[in-house]
Write a protein that binds this ligand. Sequence first.
Ligand code: SF4
Ligand code: SF4
Length: 78
Amino acid sequence: MAKKVGYITLDSEACKACYLCISVCPEKLIGVSQRLNQKGYYPAEIIAPDPEKDDRRCTGCATCATICPDVVIEVYRE
Ligand code: SF4
Ligand code: SF4
């Protein structure tokens, strides 16, 4: 059976770079941005895997959004 799919949005300007979301995503779809935000943090960023080479998919599980202390992640299910 195909994995359920979803996607997230992440407000990088509001992120305080605790990286809890990175540690909990079962699909490893969140990483650290190379660019500082206006608060002076390297925020979390969404990784978009190449669908030809990588079968990681956001399942819409919402674990990342639930753990984020700053509520900057929103989850959508398709
Ligand atoms: S859990 Fe929230 S505040 Fe922490 S790094 Fe992730 S998006 Fe940023
Ligand atoms: S909703 Fe689940 S699979 Fe999708 S990015 Fe967040 S933790 Fe990862």
